[in-house]
Design a protein around this ligand. Structure first.
Ligand SMILES: Nc1ncnc2c1ncn2[C@@H]1O[C@H](COP(=O)(O)OP(=O)(O)OP(=O)(O)O)[C@@H](O)[C@H]1O
Ligand SMILES: [Mg+2]
Length: 661
C-alpha cells in the first residue's frame, strides 16, 4: 500500500477542487461596484484555509510522458496568523503555495482547498494577495505610483479617487515606505529603492485590497537579516490587525523570525513531516527522538534533520539491503507524523470542515475584475506611456536608427535621376532601393520582440491577480508601441529617404510611399509581437522571427521571378510582406513612367520602345509584379492583412500564456 493510500488524512468524499458554484442570491457585478473583499466567503468568523489530500503531478521526461508526483497527498489547516511552510530546497513549498492560491493548472492537481470552509472560488486568486519570490513591479514608476496603479485597478469602480489615494497613503504608512514613496523602484539601467523597500512595495501592491488571505513566496530571500526580520514583523502585525491568514514559504529563517510564526508546515520531498503550531514543533520533534540543542535555531535544526533524512534516502535507495525494508529515514519521519496525535487532531478538524463544506456552496466574492475594460485600458495605457517616457533611450534609439538607415539609403541612391547610368539601371536601381528600404523597415523592427518578452512576468502576475483583462493589456501595449515606436520613426525615415533619393515630386506619391513604409513597419512589428508572446527567450524569438523574415524575403520577387515559381509554390508569394511592400513601392514610382537615354529622339520617347527606352509597367510585368491600378490598394490590403493576422495571433498567444499558468 502506498503512503498516499495509508494517509489518515484522506477524506471520504471531497468536494471537487476549485468548485465555482455561484449562490443565486449573490449578485455578480462584472464592474465590481459592490465588491468588498470581506463579503460572502470572507465572513467575520474566518476559519482560514484548509487543504485536503493535495496531490500535484507534472509530466516530465523527454516528451512529457512520464508523470511525476511532486506533492503526495498533503493536508492541513492554516488558521489566521502567520503560517510558514518550510523544507529543504525542492521539497514542494512553492508548489503547495501556488495550489493554495489557485495558481496551478487544475488538471494537474488532485484534492481540494477550502477557504473559510467553502470550496475555493474560481476568482480566489484575484481576491487574495500573492507576493512572488522575484519582485514584480514596474521599475520606472515610483513606489507611490506602483501602489496607485494597484489601487486604480483593484479597488471597486465605486471607490472615489480620493478614497484610492487615502488607501495608498495608509498602505505606505503601514509599510513604513514614507521616505521612499516618491523614489522610482529602479531598472537594469538605473538604481532605485533598496531590496527591502522593493519587497515591501510588492507586499503593498497586494495589501491595497486588504486581502484576508495573503500568500508570500520566500519574502525574505535576498534581504539582509535586519530587513528580513522587519518584513516578517510587518506581516505579523498585519495578521494581528484583522482575521488575516498569512501563508508564506520560507527557506532558512533566523530565530527572531521563527519566533513570529504561528503555524508551521514542514515538507520533505513532497510529504508532510510536521503541521501544527510553530511553538509545539520542538516538543513534537523531541517526542520522536530529535532533540534540538539549546541555543540552536529550531528552524536550522529542522532543516538539518530533513536534509540529512533526504540524503539518507538517496543512499538507502541505491542500497539493496536497506531497500528490502522499504523504510528510509525520510519515510520514517513522514510515517511517524501520520501516526502522531498531532496529525489525528488536524485530520479531525479537516473532516469537520469537509463535512460542513457540503452544506456551504462555493461563492464568488464579486467579479473577477474590480473595474471595467475602458478604465483598465486607460490606466494600463497611462502606465505604458509613463514607462516609455521614462525610458526615452528605447524610443530615441528607434528613431535614431531609422534616421541613420534613411541617410544611408539616401546617400547610396542619392538623386538617382542625375546619375550617369544606362537606362536599364535607372529602373533596377529604383527596385534595388525599394528592396533595401523594405529590408531596413522589416529588420529595424526586431526591437518589437522586447515588448511582450520583457513584461511577460509582470503581465502573467498582474493578470492572474485580477488587475486587468488580457485585452486591456494587449491594446495598451500595441497602441503605445505602434505609434511612437513604429509609425513616427517610419514616417521620419520616409521623409528623409524619399527626397534624398529623388523619387517623383508629388504629394500623393509621397504619402502613399509613407503609408506603405509605415504599414510594412507595423506588419513586421506584429510578426515580432506574435512570436514574442509565444516564446519565452529573446534569443529564440529573434531566431524564429529572422527565419520568417528571410523566408518572406525569398518570395519577395527579387531573388526569383514570381512567375517562374512552380505552380504549387505560387501561393507563397501572397504570404510575403516583402512582395506586397516592394510591389506597392515600385508600382507607385515606376508604373506609367518611361525612362529613356539622353540619346533617344522625341519619337522614341513618345513610343517608349526600343533599346534606348524602358517602359516601367512592362519592366515590372516582366519580373512578375502586378501593374493594374487596383493592385496599388490590393498590396496595401495585403500588408494590412498580415499585420491584422499577426496582431490577432499575438492576442491569442497572450490568452494561451494566461491559461498555461
Ligand atoms: N513543472 C514542473 N516540472 C518538473 N518538475 C517540477 C515542476 N514543478 C515543480 N517541479 C519539481 O518539484 C519540486 C518542488 O518544486 P518547488 O518549486 O515547489 O520547490 P521549493 O520547495 O519551492 O524549492 P525552493 O526552496 O528551491 O524554492 C522540485 O524538485 C521541482 O523541480
Ligand atoms: Mg520555492
Amino acid at each position: 500500500m502506498s503512503d498516499l493510500e495509508k494517509s489518515p488524512l484522506r477524506s471520504t468524499s471531497p468536494p471537487p477542487y476549485g468548485t465555482t458554484d455561484v449562490e443565486p442570491e449573490v449578485a455578480y457585478h462584472s464592474q465590481g461596484e459592490h465588491i468588498t473583499v470581506k463579503e460572502d466567503i470572507f465572513k467575520d468568523d474566518f476559519v482560514g484555509v484548509s487543504f485536503h489530500d493535495i496531490v500535484y503531478v507534472v509530466n516530465t521526461g523527454c516528451c512529457g510522458t512520464k508523470p511525476t508526483e511532486i506533492l503526495h497527498s498533503v493536508s492541513g489547516v492554516l488558521p489566521c496568523g502567520v503560517n510558514a511552510i518550510m523544507g529543504p530546497t525542492g521539497s514542494g513549498k512553492t508548489t503547495l503555495l501556488d495550489i493554495l492560491a489557485g495558481r496551478k493548472a487544475k488538471a494537474n492537481v488532485g484534492g481540494y482547498v477550502l477557504v473559510n470552509g467553502r470550496p475555493q472560488p474560481s476568482n480566489f486568486r484575484c481576491k487574495s494577495g500573492y507576493v512572488v519570490q522575484d519582485d514584480i513591479v514596474m521599475g520606472t514608476l515610483s513606489v507611490k505610483e506602483n501602489l496607485m496603479f494597484s489601487a486604480a485597478l483593484r479597488l471597486p469602480s465605486s471607490t472615489s479617487w480620493a478614497q484610492r489615494k487615502e488607501r495608498v497613503a495608509t498602505v505606505i504608512q503601514e509599510l513604513g515606505l514614507e521616505r521612499c514613496a516618491n523614489t522610482k523602484i529602479g531598472t537594469e539601467f538605473f538604481r532605485g529603492v533598496s531590496g527591502g523597500e522593493r519587497k515591501r512595495t510588492n507586499i503593498g501592491m497586494e495589501l491595497i485590497i486588504e486581502p484576508q488571505v495573503l500568500f508570500l513566496d520566500e519574502p525574505t530571500t535576498g534581504l539582509d537579516a535586519y530587513t528580513a526580520v522587519s518584513v516578517v514583523q510587518l506581516l505579523k502585525r498585519l495578521s494581528e490587525k484583522g482575521d488575516r491568514v498569512i501563508i508564506m514559504s520560507i527557506h532558512q529563517p533566523r530565530y527572531s523570525i521563527f519566533k513570529l510564526f504561528d503555524g508551521l508546515t514542514l515538507l520533505s520531498q513532497g510529504d508532510m513531516v510536521y503541521h501544527g503550531p510553530a511553538q509545539s514543533s520542538l516538543d513534537y520533534f523531541s517526542s520522536i527522538g530529535y532533540v534540538c540543542e539549546e541555543r540552536n535555531n529550531p528552524a536550522d535544526y529542522f532543516l538539518d534533520v530533513l536534509t540529512k533524512a533526504e540524503k539518507s534516502n538517496v543512499i538507502t535507495e541505491s542500497d539493496d539491503t536497506d531497500n528490502s525494508t522499504g523504510v528510509t529515514e525520510a519515510n520514517n519521519l513522514v510515517n511517524t507524523y501520520q501516526e502522531s496525535q498531532q496529525c489525528v487532531e488536524v485530520s479531525e478538524q479537516l473532516q469537520t470542515l469537509a463535512d460542513n463544506s457540503h452544506t456551504r456552496r462555493g461563492v464568488r466574492s464579486g467579479g473577477t475584475y474590480a473595474t471595467g475594460f475602458l478604465w483598465q485600458l486607460m490606466v494600463v495605457t497611462i502606465r505604458s506611456l509613463l514607462n516609455l517616457l521614462r525610458n526615452p533611450m528605447i524610443s530615441f534609439f528607434q528613431v535614431l536608427t531609422m534616421v541613420i538607415f534613411a541617410l544611408i539609403v539616401g546617400l547610396i541612391y542619392l538623386r538617382l535621376d542625375e546619375k550617369d547610368v544606362n537606362v536599364r539601371t535607372v529602373v533596377t536601381d529604383r527596385i534595388g532601393a525599394f528592396f533595401f528600404i523594405v529590408m531596413n523597415q522589416v529588420f529595424g523592427n526586431l526591437s518589437a520582440v522586447d515588448v511582450f518578452i520583457k513584461q511577460k512576468a509582470l503581465f502573467i502576475h498582474e493578470n492572474s491577480s485580477g488587475f486587468y483583462r488580457v485585452s486591456a493589456f494587449y491594446f495598451s501595449k500595441v497602441f503605445v508601441d505602434l505609434i511612437p515606436m513604429r509609425i513616427i520613426p517610419s514616417f521620419t525615415f520616409s521623409v528623409i529617404a524619399y527626397f534624398m533619393i529623388g523619387f517623383q515630386v508629388s504629394a500623393a506619391k509621397f504619402f502613399y510611399f509613407a503609408l506603405v513604409i509605415c504599414l510594412t513597419s507595423i506588419a513586421a512589428a506584429s510578426i515580432a509581437f506574435a512570436i514574442s508572446a509565444l516564446v519565452r527567450v529573446t534569443g529564440l524569438a529573434n531566431l524564429f522571427i529572422a527565419m520568417l523574415f528571410v523566408f518572406q524575403m525569398l518570395f519577395g520577387g527579387l531573388f526569383i521571378s514570381l512567375d517562374s515559381l512552380p505552380v504549387w509554390l505560387q501561393w507563397i508569394k501572397y504570404l510575403s510582406l516583402f512582395r506586397y511592400s516592394v510591389e506597392a513601392l515600385a508600382h507607385n514610382e515606376i508604373v506609367g513612367q518611361c525612362y529613356c537615354s539622353n540619346n533617344a529622339t522625341a519619337a522614341i520617347i513618345e513610343a517608349c520602345s526600343g533599346p534606348l527606352c524602358v517602359n516601367g509597367s512592362e519592366f515590372l510585368s516582366g519580373i512578375g509584379y502586378e501593374t493594374a491600378p487596383e493592385w496599388l490598394w490590393i498590396d496595401v490590403g495585403g500588408l494590412a492583412a498580415i499585420a491584422l493576422v499577426f496582431l490577432l495571433l499575438t492576442y491569442f498567444n497572450l490568452r494561451m500564456l494566461k491559461k498555461s499558468k
